[in-house]
Each structure stands twice: as structure tokens, then as C-alpha cells.
Design a protein around this ligand. Sequence first.
Ligand code: EPZ
Length: 419
Amino acid sequence: MKKYRIRGGIPLVGEVNISGAKNAAVAILPAVALADGICRIENLPDIEDVATVLEILRALGAEVRRVSPSTVEINPCTIDTETVPYDLARHMRGSYYFLGSLLGRFRRARVPLPGGCDFGERPIDQHLKGFTALGAVQAPLENATVALSAEKLVGNSIYMDKVSVGATANVMMAACKARGITIIENAAKEPHIVDLANFLNFLGADISGAGTDTVKIRGVDRLHGTNYSIIPDQIEAGTYMAAAVATGGDVLVRGIIPKHMESISAKLREMGAEIEEYDDALRIFRKEPLRHCNVKTMPHPGFPTDMQPQIGVLLSIAEGRSVLNEDVYDKRFRYLDELRRMGAQVEVDGKIAVFQGIDRLRADTVKAVDLRAGAAMIIAGLVADGVTEVEDIRHIERGYENVVEKFRALGADMELVEV
Ligand code: EPZ
């Protein structure tokens, strides 16, 4: 078993380079299956979820050549099946993007229900609502596999009952090859939605309005290959920013798009951080004591739910009372059980967590209950008094590239331990 061992109390100082966005990569790579030409994708994060999607593309028959840890060349022309293997799909959430891309390519798709982080119920009813509106028919669920088929895909107007990143991305992919115009209303506006739309347009799609709540897709007959570079990861950047603020350090976060960081920067400034923004970097440091504040997670451009556990650690050591409202998921507070072991004073009532800040967390052995919760446990270890061990780190390795090297380069006393 592998775990991280972290000695807390060292302010993080130095530079960190941000990798490509996981949630853009796990949508763009399946979208390659819509193309009938070679695609070269650059700035991919070297993480397990990306490796799994590449394995799925190979299993579908695509030729996949890893040019470097962050660049891959894919020839989707040899894809010869619409069925995604169960044993690969269940490792991650993003496997469901093959529903949209294979439906767009073959008018058929068979994809096992996705895995991914456990935040309680994570339905895909909005995805299916969109596919059905385009003319797809869903066979009865068999072996937890979604099977869709369509005589033809025809553009339609779709109103999303709930803002959903996955459903917006999935329907956008299928609509690229539908006849006529599709309008997605109440669409998700995350940076990775815009990145996917840009990639699809590089393939020859005709998408406008991505990044707003109304996306218009005019279907086309074919999509050719392209070269494309993934945007930097807003959440990885936010995680290192939160760690810098938690430890009272001074960190230059490089290779970012400052506009993507606005809601995270605003909240960290409210807590006492100072942030200097440059073209593709920002410097974050803190001289004042951490101030308590209230946080509510919302779809973009609100404060991202994927930063909720990380900011929760800051609230647990910010003087005073803070209220954290997780408004996107039903059950995304499981990490608080681990944080309480370290001394955090926090009460949960449904979607609300109320923190009473304490001076310092106590080192302990804790678990990464999911990807972002795992990142939060690293931050907690960096500020705790003593040596913290973080177990179940496979969750963290799914989504953070070279996380030990990056934290050590910032001065953290952190090591990977094989037991
Ligand atoms: C994506 O998940 C991300 N994952 C998540 O990041 C992120 O937390 C989430 O978007 C919100 O930003 C990937 O991109 C692979 P949603 P997704 O559909 O698409 C409900 C991480 O840490 N909903 O926007 O599954 C859903 O239950 C991961 O990188 C429906 O009710 O999220 C949730 O409450 C964790 N019906 C809310 O909407 C549906 O059909 C938002 O989910 C779809 C979603």
C-alpha cells in the first residue's frame, strides 16, 4: 500500500507549474472518436484518468501513440466498435463521454455506467434527456450498461433541468453530427466546456455560445483531425493556492489563465491572501492571520465544488465561525470525518458545514476518501503539528500529476511511502 508522509509547519515557498486540465482532457480525448483524421493532443496531464481514457480508445480500435508524457497522437479511423469495456469504464466518471462521441460516430453507443468519486447519487438523466431529444433510443439497462441507438440524429432544443458539466459536454459531442441545429439551454459554463467546444470547432464542428448558458451547435457531416493543446487545470492551480495560503507561504503559480481563477482568488483574498496577477501566472502569499468567511459552491463562474474540501481545511484553522454550503452535490462532506480526527471543530447539517476555527490541526493518519478530499488531506498535513500520513492515495494519483515532486519543490517535507 502506498501513502504520503507529511511533516507539517513549513510555509510553502517557490514556483509550481500547472498541468493540463484533467476535466478538459477526459472530455476532449473521447471526443477524438468523432473525428475521421489523426489528432495530436498536447498539454495532457500525466495522470491515471488520462491513461484510462487512452486505454479505452485503444480498446475501441484507435491507434494511440504516446509522443511524450503530455502529448499523444491518436488515429480514430480504425475505431471499429461502439462498446466500451466494463473493466475500464468503472474506474472513472469521464468514461460516460464515450456515449456522446460514439453516438455521434456510429449512431450507436454501449457504455457501462461510470465510476468516479462517491458524492452520493450522481445520475445521468440529463445526458439521456439530451440524447433522446436528438433521436436516440435507450435499450433497457443491462449489466449496468447504457445502450443507445438512433436511426438518425436530428438537432433539437434541449433545456437542462440542472446545470451539468457532463450532460452539456456529452450532448454537445453528439449534436456535432446531428442534422440541423441544436440549442442547449441552461448549459454548464466551466472552462473545460469552452475548451471542449474549441476542440470540436478545430475538428470542423460549428459551435457557438460555449461558456454562456445557451450553446448552439449546427451539425456537420464529417469532422477531420487536428492538433490541440489542453487548457491549464483551474482546480490543480486552486489546490496549490489554497496550500500556499494555509501554510502562510509565498508561491508563484505558473502556466494558468488568471480569468479561470477569479472565484477562487476572490475567496482566498477574503480570507487574507494577497494575490498579484500576471499574464499566465499569479503570486499568492499571506501575511495576515487567516480570516473566517462563508463559502457556497456553485456552477461556474461561482466557487467550484471541486475546491470545496481544500477550502474546508482553511476554514477549519481560520479564526472565528465559517459556513460552508456545498450546493452542487448531496454528499461531499465525507472528508470532514478525517479532518475531525485532526481536531477540526465542524458540524454538518445536510449541505451546510459550520466551522469553528482552531489554532492548529493535529497530525494523524487519515484517508483520501476521494480525489479532492485527498488533496485537502495533503493541505491539512502541511499545516498540522507533527507527521501526518495520508492513505488511499490512489484517488489523488487519478487527478494530480507529480503531486509529491511539486509539493517538495515548494519546500514541503513530504514523501511517498510504500508499505
Ligand atoms: C464534472 O462531473 C467533474 N468531473 C466533477 O469533477 C465536478 O465536480 C463536476 O463536473 C461539477 O463541476 C468531470 O468533469 C470528469 P455535473 P459531472 O454533471 O459532470 C447532478 C473532480 O474532482 N446531475 O456537473 O458528473 C449531479 O448529481 C470531479 O475533478 C444530475 O442530477 O458533474 C450533481 O449534483 C469530481 N443529472 C450536479 O448535477 C445529470 O444527468 C452537477 O453534476 C447530471 C448531473
